[in-house]
Design a protein around this ligand. Structure first.
Ligand code: NAD
Ligand code: GDU
Length: 331
């Protein structure tokens, strides 16, 4: 079996990707410092506990795993926190990623798939964002990811280290078998927070801003199912193993939903009200981010299978409810 090392493999998208790699005949090895991820999410291969800020730990892991490819999810990923703590973000996301790229180069040029983000585009005025839309990030998180994209292009040109940057829009949903889901320590993401509010587990659920220039005033995002993101990583892995060149791809569904529309969907799926309060905008949040993801379809042969919002939200509701032990069956 071909081994793929997965930096950040104990996290939300990383663990779903390890499952999909395993299902497709690859042997995933997760490398994670468990700062956000959970050891119990590493079920389809070995877990190497390590930190991307420590080059020696990356080198030792590569020697041990001998991977044919690497996928790099390890990062801090909260927009608002990045505005308050930029140093932490540049250190982990930029220096850490530079360490990963250096180690892959030193190990003979192991190709890399990198988790980038729609946050690299900033607040573009366009209806749908293509890969050619100018990248002008408006917060340190987005800037940290753009810097890594630039480092990877330079490493490709100078050293021949091939890579794919996948610019995800908003990851959502959970594994269909209920094995894994979204469970961050201090959850900030919209869908899990709306579910927790509906289940009565949190009482401070806010809609951040109803004064955006959008039809209902709340911010619009493009939500893509985490299982589809996992499939896209396998497609990118095959692309690089087949000799594909360094490139960048958007990953989204191509349809935007407002915060208030998401809350309505969670209410439908839970079958109960989601209590919420209106608050001011969150630092660094753009009004509208929706993908044109046709390039991934044309070059990687990847298209999302879950395009219906309620299907995506229902999978998250099922996982959260089951995890809470309410007896709701996982869809
Ligand atoms: N969730 C989204 O909607 C979304 C959208 C676009 C891009 N992304 C990017 O995708 C990646 C994964 O996101 P996620 O939602 O799964 O986040 P996550 O926090 O669940 O996963 C990140 C993992 O990286 C690990 N990690 C962090 N710093 C590390 C370090 N120094 N050394 C080793 N491990 C470290 C964490 O413990 C965690 O397991 C991130 O890079 C994020 O920026 C996420
Ligand atoms: O309790 C909440 C949580 C979120 N939101 C709003 O819901 C939308 C989505 O917020 P999330 O926190 O779920 O996700 P982000 O849009 O902030 O996503 C950003 O961070 C992600 C990683 O965390 C990805 O990198 C993504 O590309 C980047 O845009 C935003 O308008 C946000 O203000 C609320 O109103 N209330």
């Amino acid at each position: 079996m071909k081994t793929v090392i997965v930096f950040g493999g104990a996290g939300y998208i990383g663990s779903h990707t390890c499952k999909e790699l395993h299902r497709n005949g690859f042997a995933p090895v997760a490398f994670d410092n468990l700062s956000e991820g959970q050891a119990e999410f590493v079920k389809w291969g070995e877990l190497i506990e390590g930190d991307i800020r420590r080059p020696d730990e990356i080198a030792a892991a590569l020697l041990r795993a001998r991977p044919v490819a690497a996928i790099h999810f390890a990062a801090h990923a909260y927009v608002s926190q990045s505005v308050q703590e930029p140093s932490v973000y540049y250190s982990n996301n930029v220096s850490g990623s530079l360490n990963v790229a250096e180690a892959l180069r030193a190990a003979g040029g192991i190709p890399l798939i990198f988790s980038s983000t729609c946050a690299t585009y900033g607040a573009p005025g366009t209806d749908r964002i293509t890969e050619a839309t100018p990248q002008v990030p408006i917060n340190p998180y987005g800037r940290s990811k753009l810097m890594v994209e630039q480092i990877l292009r330079d490493f490709s040109d100078a050293y021949g280290l091939r890579s794919v940057a996948l610019r995800y829009f908003n990851a959502a949903g959970a594994d269909a078998d209920g094995d894994i889901g979204e469970a961050h320590r201090d959850e900030t993401h919209l869908i899990p927070r709306a579910i927790l509010a509906g289940l009565g587990d949190i009482e401070d659920f806010h809609v951040f801003g109803t004064d955006f220039d959008t039809p209902d005033g709340s911010a619009i995002r493009d939500y893509i199912h985490v299982a589809d993101l996992a499939r896209a990583h396998v497609a990118a892995c095959r692309y690089l193993l087949d000799g594909g060149r360094t490139d960048q791809f958007n990953l989204g569904v191509g349809r935007g939903y407002s915060v208030l529309e998401i809350i309505a969907a969670v209410q439908r799926c839970l079958g109960r009200a989601v209590p919420h309060m209106i608050a001011s905008r969150r630092d660094g949040d753009p009004p509208r981010l929706v993908a044109d993801a046709s390039k991934a379809s044309e070059v990687l042969g990847f298209s999302p299978r879950h395009v219906d919002l309620d299907t995506i939200v229902q999978s998250a509701v099922a996982w959260h409810s089951a995890r809470r032990g309410t007896g709701v069956r996982v869809a």
